[in-house]
Write a protein that binds this ligand. Structure first.
Ligand SMILES: [Zn+2]
Length: 114
């Protein structure tokens, strides 16, 4: 079950964003550029480096790490709705989808540990 969870998690981080890139290439960017912008949202996982311990199995990122906090979520939402820049809107969409992906992982972890 843990392997399936990891597979789903990384499929969402790397595969589903590819689907978004192909599906939404009409917004003015090429699919590869959209994919790279969405892929760049993984940069927020840098906040794992200043957590102690850096990695802890079954710890939920959302609500624990700096860039996965409620304040970060509010900032990403504001960026999405208030930004006039298309790439910033796309980047903030990617950040929001990143949090959804991580939260989905948290839900799967909770279900697995019950
Ligand atoms: Zn994350």
């Amino acid at each position: 079950m843990a392997y399936l969870q990891a597979l789903i998690h990384y499929a969402m981080h790397f595969g589903v964003i590819y689907y978004f890139a192909v599906k939404y290439k009409h917004i003015g960017f090429s699919a590869s550029k959209i994919y790279l912008i969405l892929l760049a949202t993984l940069v927020i996982d840098i906040d794992h480096l200043w957590a102690s311990p850096i990695f802890q199995a079954d710890r939920c990122s959302v609500g624990f790490h700096t860039f996965h906090s409620v304040y970060a979520l509010i900032f990403y939402l504001a960026l999405y709705f208030l930004s006039r820049s298309r790439w910033l809107k796309l980047f903030s969409f990617g950040l929001l989808f990143h949090l959804i992906t991580d939260e989905f992982d948290c839900v799967m972890t909770m279900m697995r540990l019950k």
